[in-house]
Write a protein that binds this ligand. Structure first.
Ligand SMILES: C[C@H](O)[C@@H](O)CC(=O)C(=O)O
Ligand SMILES: [Mg+2]
Length: 438
């Protein structure tokens, strides 16, 4: 048995707001931040698991406290007992303490905290098995995988039996799809030229560089001044041409009618999708926008709290692209349910990558989706942002706009010790007065 002996939660922040990396109309100056969890075990080989949840600065104070509040639900437990029945573990962590559950339920800061812990358990498990997380998942039988999930509140849309059926229909061909990914990688798109705080010159330069690197899909931020949105779309189209795809992301800035009117205006730039056009909680609003804007697609999910909201977005026919977030949902267990729900409703998943560590996580999710769940790349494209990867022990690798398959054991989320030291908030060197850069 391997016992989890200690949980540490660290406040790690990167001063990305200094260059306005990651900026959008709603989040003008984010500091990409991580509540970073280390699970220590009593294993002779010093086995540790890591997980993080993403915030954009000051909220990290609260998130670290939320993780600490949950620590007693995992410290002292054996890894083997947890992994033998992950579904029960997940429910206990997210709902076992009704006084903490009251803060959600299954949403907001407690759910972000749960994600960091849950993902650290998956990292621990995959490292113990000597496999990257995607491979741990695709090697499970449908029954084993479904045992990891908690179907509470979604059985009207997806039962465990149906989930097993969805996984069984893709068992044939798994080896070929795995080989295909190893040979070609998973297709991605870049947001790196599109941050709202970048000057037009910088945007143009970054778009050119991205083109030279082989990217074929680009995302720009919108939702500020409409004339400026138009001007930036014009620049991007001048640089990338019309045969490549352009996506737009409003980060929740608009009312429903405003979203429709503004996107009709921006339609001349041929956007593939409008992302987060309005409040992330407005399921019927998204459905209405989708109905009125077709053929422009509607994408959302980075602020979609849990499987129940995704269930409703799918049931209401409100989205064309499901942008689940690896650390806003309650970690990988819930991500797997949403991936299965999306497959059932035939909506492609295009996970959210804007943040620190999210690309490291989502490569595992999209590989799992392709190899074991949907068996398809149609409409699927994985977000890439070009920030902070150098701080990870096993960072994403991109070639010609495609994610290369991660092979190291774990969930690719372990940060280098010196990165942790330097970016510890508020004492790390990156935060001391006069310090520049990330
Ligand atoms: C604040 C984040 O950078 C956000 O803009 C990311 C995002 O919306 C995306 O990557 O999409
Ligand atoms: Mg977005």
């Amino acid at each position: 048995m391997t016992t989890i002996t200690h949980l540490q939660a660290r406040d790690i922040r990167f001063p990305t707001s200094r260059q306005l990396d990651g900026s959008d109309a709603m989040n003008e100056a984010p500091d990409y931040s991580a509540t970073y969890v280390t699970l220590t075990t009593d294993a002779d080989d010093g086995l540790q698991g890591h997980g993080l949840t993403f915030t954009i600065g000051r909220g990290n104070d609260v998130c670290v406290m939320a993780v600490e509040a949950l620590a007693s639900r995992i410290v002292g437990r054996d890894l083997e007992t947890i992994t033998a029945d992950m579904g029960t573990f997940w429910r206990d962590l997210t709902s076992g303490d009704s006084q903490l559950r009251w803060l959600g339920p299954e949403k907001g800061v407690m759910h972000l905290a749960s994600a960091a812990i849950v993902n650290a358990v998956w990292d621990l498990w995959a490292k113990r098995e000597g496999k990257p997380v995607w491979k741990l998942l695709v090697d499970m039988t449908p029954e084993q995988l479904v045992r990891c999930l908690d179907f509470r509140f979604v059985t009207d849309a997806l039962t465990p039996q149906e989930a097993i059926g969805l996984l069984k229909r893709r068992e044939a061909g798994k080896a070929e799809r795995e080989a295909h990914m190893r040979a070609e990688g998973y297709p991605g798109y870049t947001t790196s030229a599109g941050w709202l705080g970048y000057s037009e010159d910088k945007m143009r330069r970054l778009a050119r560089e991205a083109l030279a690197e082989g990217w074929t899909h680009f995302k720009q931020k919108v939702g500020g001044n409409l004339e400026e949105d138009r001007q930036r779309a014009r620049i991007l189209r001048e640089e990338i041409g019309w045969e490549r795809a352009l996506m737009m992301d409003a980060n929740q800035m608009w009312e429903v009618d405003e979203a429709v009117a503004n996107m009709r205006d921006l339609a001349e730039f041929d956007p593939l999708w409008i992302e987060e056009p309005t409040s992330p909680d407005d399921i019927l609003g998204h459905a209405e926008i989708r109905r009125r804007l077709a053929p422009i697609g509607v994408a959302t999910g980075e602020h979609c709290h849990n499987r129940v909201m995704f269930k409703q977005l799918l049931q209401a026919g409100a989205i064309d692209y499901c942008q689940l977030d690896a650390a806003r949902l309650g970690g990988l267990n819930e991500v797997i349910i949403v991936t299965l729900l999306a497959a059932k409703y035939d909506v492609p998943i295009c996970p959210h990558g804007g943040g620190v560590g999210l690309c490291e996580y989502t490569q595992h999710i999209s590989l799992f989706d392709y190899i074991a769940v949907s068996g398809s790349l149609d409409g699927r494209i994985l977000e890439y942002v070009d920030h902070l990867h150098e701080h990870f022990v096993d960072p994403v690798r991109i070639r010609q706009g495609r994610y290369q398959v991660p092979e190291a054991p774990g969930y690719s989320i372990t940060l280098h010790d010196d990165a942790l030291e330097r970016h510890q908030y508020p004492d790390g060197a990156a935060w001391q007065e006069g310090s520049a850069g990330n």
